[in-house]
Design a protein around this ligand. Sequence first.
Ligand code: G6Q
Length: 546
Amino acid sequence: MTLNKINPSKTKSWESLQNISENLKAQSILSLFETDPNRVSSHTLKWEEFLIDFSKNKIDQSAWDALYALADECKLEEAKKAYFNGATINETEGRAVLHTALRANKTSVEVEGTAIEADIKAVKAQMKRFSTSVIDGSHKGFTGKSITDVVNIGIGGSDLGPVMVVDALAYYKNHLNVHFVSNVDGDHINEVLKDLNPETTLFVIVSKSFTTQETLANATTAKKWFLNFAEEKWVANHFAAVSTNLKMIDEFGIDQKNVFTMWNWVGGRFSLWSSVGLSIALAIGYDRFEELLDGAHGMDKHFAEAPSASNIPTRMALLTVWYNNFMGAETEALIPYTQYLHRFPAYLQQAIMESNGKGVDRRGNEVTYQTGNIVWGEPGTNAQHAFFQLIHQGTKLIPVDFIGFVHSLHGDTSHHDKLMSNFFAQTEALLNGKSAEQVKTELLAEGKSSEEIVALLPHKVFKGDNPTTTLLMNRLTPYNLGALIAAYEHKIFVQGVIWNIFSYDQWGVELGKQLAKTILEEWNTKKEAPHDPSTKELLSYYTQNK
Ligand code: G6Q
């Protein structure tokens, strides 16, 4: 069983959505509140400690119903079963997509006839043992000292998830300093190494394939640096690895007992729940890592069971389909109102854009409709002082997700009220705008002359009618974070199902890697390869000046 190959643009609901969108484009969001007195309650979902209010979007019940019908015509429920049950839905790589199995307490799922539960449990037990021994200080370095610093070396999916979560859960962190090195830029690793003590540093090399240029280069540099201070036999105490490629790890010289396996059925950008999350377990302790998994599992159950109309990820996904395919939006912003989530937009950029940035459908034909939306963002309130101008008064349609919490973690209510007053005020401003009449009254009150008012007025008007979704959670706990991440993961899945694309491969990242290899070879062998005129000129400038 795999995913159906249904062209969404040929469905009946697609056609209805086109008609509905024409009608809705001419209406303001405010007018939708006027025609439907129950709009807030009918557009709000509650689940555990989550509240999500879709009412400030340019969408009405007829559009939602047509979107649910589109999901049905694209066989979403069938696809969900295939996803959770381990079907080979990553068809171009011949793999199942089972990050959900990692966070279930029990799973009977099999991959190609083999049960996976025992393997998952064994790796989790190993992660627990290892992280506990590092945290409690019983794992010693080569001079008998306990570990103080952990350096996660990985890139892409082997970096973005762990670094995002470690920063997001900094409040729950223990004494270990956890660093992340990803870029092949030598300045990245050297900047980190310069402050580290080799006696008390643990390197965690994370690479599913263990063939990634950046990670191998950084791991090699780290090992070389370490061997300046200690003998080879001590590598065992200072290096751990996470990978599916056990042979390559062995060649690198990492002790088998510090090797944490993962599986091909876990995609890189969905792997923080696996042993790739070792640096998370080290930073916050294994039990809290489990709480993160529990939260994700809670959201998995909600997504698997709830019908579309009350399903948080499904509605988030359908809303994006609505804006992307029917309302002409090209990008979406994500604004977390907590500094802890400062890496969340970057993490989601990979998860969303690498998954759904595909121009060919599941039959291999070029799509004739828009797919992968562009996502971007920064935490509020900082973002307000940066790019919000464009959202308020620019010319683009940019739906925004506002993500906030009822309680702060340190309990400083004075700060938190200031933060959250901005959170609510922004969505209010984006919806309501400010009319010419209001601006005129204000300018008159300020004592401006009529000439000044005429000149200033158009610049001070806010048209409003900018769509936002408000996601309000109780508190940033490991559990709620797990559920939040899982909600966006399932949103990605639903969009891929509707768009009839393969969300779990990433062939688009290969070409640049191949060409970089060619250029490097040219430099090593001093033999020129053919290039376009611009690249040829740039390469010659670089080689002459380096
Ligand atoms: C994610 C991608 C990609 C991958 C990195 C690192 O889904 O596949 O970002 O995670 O290229 O790969 P390795 O873990 O194999 O080093």
